[in-house]
Design a protein around this ligand. Structure first.
Ligand code: ATP
Length: 281
C-alpha cells in the first residue's frame, strides 16, 4: 500500500472535532488501515464510503479506542470538545472511556447487537435515560423525528423489529446523551431511511434541543451533533452527507464536498465508484 498524503485535498476543516493522523491497523499480517488521515469538522455530516472489508468498521472502532481484537495499532485519534483541550483517544483511562463513548463520540452499528432479545426496547432505554438524566418524552421525540412510531418501537422486543428500525432505535438511544459525534457504521437500511426527506434535519434538531425541568423542549438548544456515517452505498450516503471521504487501499484517497466529489472525482477509485452508481444524482 502507498502512504496517504497527510492533507488530502478537502480535508482541512476550520474547527475539527476529530482528527485522525497516520492511523495504521493490522490484524496479524493483514494490514487494514495504512497511515490514514481524516479530519471531521464540528457539526458536519461526513460519509466515509468504502467497499466491503475496506476497514470502515475498524476506523469507526478506532474513533472510540474500541478495536477489541488483537491488532497492531499506531497513529493517533484526537477529539476536541467545543472550547476545550484536545483529548488523545488512545490515551483515555479505563474509567474515562465509557463516558467518552456515551457523551463525546458514540458509535451506532447496524447489526442490532445493541439490544438484547429478551426485554422490550423501553426496558433497554431506561438505563440510558437514568444515566443521562433525560425523560422518556425525549426518547419519544427522537424516535418520532426519525419517522418511527415511538410506542410501537418501545413496546417491541428486538426480534420483532426489522434491521432499519433497530438501527434507528439505536441511534435515538445514543442521542439521549447528546454526544458531540454520532458515528453510524454499516447501517445500510437505516441510512436509506434517513436520507429521505428531512428526517435527519428533524432528528438533529431534536437531538440538539435541551429541555427544562418540566420537559419543555427547545429552551437552550445545543450544537447540532456531528454525524459520521460509514458504508458502501454511495447514493444514500451522498444524499445525506455534506462531505464524502473515499476509503480505499487502507487510507482516504479523496475527501471533499459531496457535490464536488460526485461531479469531479479526481482519484481513479472515486471515478470508478461514481461511474458504478451512474454518476452524480
Ligand atoms: N478481529 C479481526 N481479526 C482479524 N481480521 C479482522 C478483524 N476484524 C476485521 N478484520 C479484517 O479486516 C478487514 C477490514 O474489516 P472491517 O470490518 O473493518 O471492514 P469493513 O469495511 O467495515 O467491512 P464490511 O463493509 O464488509 O463490514 C477485513 O478483511 C476483515 O476480515
Amino acid at each position: 500500500m502507498d502512504g496517504s498524503p497527510l492533507d488530502a485535498p478537502g480535508n482541512e476543516p476550520d474547527d475539527p472535532v476529530l482528527t485522525v493522523e497516520r492511523l495504521s491497523v493490522a490484524y496479524g499480517s493483514a494490514e487494514v488501515l495504512d497511515r490514514l488521515d481524516l479530519a471531521v469538522e464540528r457539526g458536519e455530516r461526513l460519509a466515509v464510503v468504502g467497499e466491503g472489508a475496506s476497514g470502515k468498521t475498524t476506523l469507526a472502532q478506532a474513533l472510540v479506542d474500541g478495536i477489541s481484537a488483537p491488532a497492531q495499532v499506531s497513529g493517533s485519534v484526537s477529539y476536541r470538545p467545543s472550547g476545550g483541550d484536545p483529548v488523545s483517544v488512545f490515551d483515555l483511562a479505563d474509567d474515562e472511556r465509557e463516558r467518552f463513548r456515551r457523551e463525546a463520540v458514540t458509535v451506532v452499528t447496524g447489526d442490532g447487537d445493541g439490544f438484547d432479545a429478551t426485554s422490550t426496547l423501553r426496558g433497554q432505554f431506561r438505563p440510558v435515560l437514568r444515566a443521562t438524566g433525560t425523560d422518556e418524552a425525549r426518547a419519544e421525540r427522537l424516535l418520532s423525528a426519525l419517522g418511527l412510531d415511538p410506542d410501537r418501537v418501545l413496546d417491541a422486543r428486538s426480534r420483532e423489529l426489522n434491521a432499519a428500525t433497530l438501527a434507528l432505535a439505536a441511534l435515538a438511544r445514543a442521542a439521549l446523551a447528546a454526544p458531540a459525534v454520532l458515528v453510524v457504521d454499516d447501517c445500510r437500511a437505516a441510512i436509506g431511511h434517513l436520507a429521505r426527506g428531512d428526517r435527519l434535519d428533524r432528528f438533529e434538531s431534536v437531538a440538539a434541543a435541551d429541555t427544562d425541568a418540566d420537559g419543555t423542549e427547545g429552551v437552550a438548544p445545543g450544537p447540532l451533533p456531528t454525524i459520521v456515517a460509514l458504508g458502501t452505498e454511495l447514493p444514500a450516503l451522498a444524499a445525506l452527507a455534506d462531505r464524502l471521504a473515499v476509503l480505499h487501499d487502507g487510507h482516504v484517497v479523496e475527501v471533499g464536498p459531496t457535490e464536488r466529489l460526485l461531479d469531479e472525482p479526481s482519484h481513479p477509485h472515486t471515478r470508478r465508484l461514481v461511474e458504478f452508481y451512474g454518476g452524480s444524482p
